[in-house]
Design a protein around this ligand. Structure first.
Ligand code: GDP
Ligand code: MG
Length: 166
């Protein structure tokens, strides 16, 4: 299996940290998929049974409230609708207007996995479960996973949920 995975979320949720942990060897893409030439590839993780190609979403790295014009919106939407799976990253127990603005651009026809990061900071499991339920109520996510990008926790479990979608 080989597929394209976009990682999106407001600044500071831990996207870069997650990316750094997910990317193992950097080897060239072997895929013949049409998407190969369309995206800016951020990194590739090669596992025994799958190759995950992570792609950038233009705009989100320099996202400021109110600064997204229509063209930028379209560019982000194009990217998100041309991947096999989207990882929407949020910070455990913190969901703000900025998260909601990114959420509004998520594709409806491609699986989006909710990634609740910084779970190492969320000590109260009941509170965390309630938080996840609240976020899941706002969008039709294909799945959800709690991780700690910083400590490399539950990233194998996350990739196991992504792999069948590629
Ligand atoms: P980005 O803006 O979404 O790319 O976020 P970064 O990857 O730059 O991370 C923002 C901050 O959150 C940094 O200080 C990271 O060290 C911190 N961070 C990222 N992941 C975790 C995590 O799992 N746990 C904790 N406690 N901090 C994290
Ligand atoms: Mg970053």
């Amino acid at each position: 299996r080989c597929g394209f995975v976009a990682i999106v979320g407001r600044p500071n949720v831990g996207k870069s940290t997650l990316m750094n942990h997910l990317i193992g060897q950097k080897i060239s893409i072997t895929s013949k998929k049409a998407q190969t030439t369309r995206h800016r590839v951020t990194g590739i993780h090669t596992a025994d049974t799958a190759q995950f190609v992570f792609v950038d979403t233009p705009g989100f790295q320099t996202f400021h409230k109110g600064a997204l014009n229509e063209a930028l919106n379209k560019s982000v939407k194009d990217t998100l609708s041309n991947v096999d799976c989207v990882l929407f990253v949020v910070e455990a127990k913190r969901f703000s207007a900025a998260d909601r603005e990114v959420m509004a651009l998520l594709p409806k026809n491609i699986p989006v996995i909710l990634v609740v990061n910084k779970v190492d900071k969320a000590k109260d499991k009941v509170e965390l479960a309630n938080f996840i339920d609240d976020v899941r109520a706002e969008f039709n996510f294909a799945d959800a996973e709690v991780v700690s990008a910083k400590h490399g926790q539950r990233l194998t479990e996350l990739l196991a949920k992504v792999e069948p979608l590629l």
